[in-house]
Write a protein that binds this ligand. Structure first.
Ligand code: ATP
Length: 220
């Protein structure tokens, strides 16, 4: 069974990595593939380029057995849809391999707005990682839809290729890429919120710094 963790990763941080490790250790997963999305569908476009975000993901997963950086969405043009990613993974791994789509609760709550979401839920398991500050699923319709698909035993997911939903508590780390970008823009260090190798890359590339504002005071 493999796990797929998609995100903008602008930049990847410990709020992604630690919950992913919780999943790797708590579920019968051989590996977790971190999939940086290319063109965002449900949010503002990332600040760093696709190549920079992939480089940061590669730096972050280096040395962690079972963590893999997967550029599959960056190789496609147009919007990044989880559906297309799953189709390409199914083509790669076949129809039988159990695949778990790992999402934060906030992202899961938006599931009915995803392109071909019911197909997605049939092609893979959905594993919800509870994120700090996020409540339980509140939408009554989504709750009703979830109920018959809910699994409690992680081992059940390894028995079928997809179609189940599992909720898991993960280490609560109130870290967001937005906060990291804002700290860098203010000239503050985001050290200890993300891997040192990722921070070194951000510094080397001059990422997330505010563009120097040049005002010519002599200009009337
Ligand atoms: P941004 O602040 O730019 O919106 P982000 O930190 O939320 O970014 P994303 O790349 O958008 O990071 O997140 C990808 C996935 O990781 C989403 O499913 C999101 O819910 C989850 N996630 C992000 N931060 C955390 C965290 N601190 N704890 C648990 N899950 C997280």
């Amino acid at each position: 069974m493999i796990g797929i963790f998609g995100g903008t990763f602008d930049p990847i941080h410990f709020g992604h990595l630690r919950p992913a490790l919780d999943m790797l250790q708590g579920l019968p997963l051989q590996e977790i593939r971190f999939v940086p999305l290319s063109t965002a569908v449900h949010r503002m476009q990332p600040v760093a380029t696709a190549a920079q975000r992939l480089a940061m993901v590669r730096a972050a997963v280096e040395g962690q057995p079972g963590f893999v950086a997967d550029p599959c969405e960056l190789q496609r043009t147009g919007s990044s849809y989880s559906y297309d990613t799953l189709v390409s993974l199914r083509a790669q791994f076949g129809p039988q391999l159990p695949i778990c789509l790992l999402t934060g609760l906030d992202a899961f709550a938006e599931l009915p707005t995803w392109y071909r979401w019911e197909d997605i839920a049939g092609m893979a398991h959905l594993v919800i990682m509870r994120r700090p500050g996020a409540d339980a699923v509140t939408d009554p319709e989504l709750r009703r839809w979830m109920e018959p698909r809910l699994a409690t035993d992680p081992a059940a997911l390894a028995q079928v290729p997809g179609g189940l939903i599992l909720c898991r508590e993960v280490t609560q780390l109130d870290i967001s890429a937005t906060a990291i970008r804002s700290q860098v823009a203010q000239g503050l260090s985001p050290r200890f919120l993300l891997p040192a190798s990722v921070l070194a890359f951000i510094e080397r590339e001059g990422l997330y710094r505010l563009q120097a504002l040049t005002i010519d005071l002599n200009d009337p």
